[in-house]
Design a protein around this ligand. Sequence first.
Ligand code: SF4
Length: 54
Amino acid sequence: MEKLNKSIQCSVEDCIYHCKNHDYCSLDTVHIGTHEHSPETDKCTDCLSFSAKS
Ligand code: SF4
């Protein structure tokens, strides 16, 4: 069974690091960033550790 990190909740099921039947990430740490110059809402932030399932 893949490792489940209960400190990182995530619902991005298309990421290879997502734990299939649980809404958690399997990585030890993740890198969060932004694509905006002046982020104002949660929608302005991104998980930069995301990697798409092929
Ligand atoms: S790497 Fe980011 S997007 Fe992927 S499962 Fe972990 S928290 Fe979610």
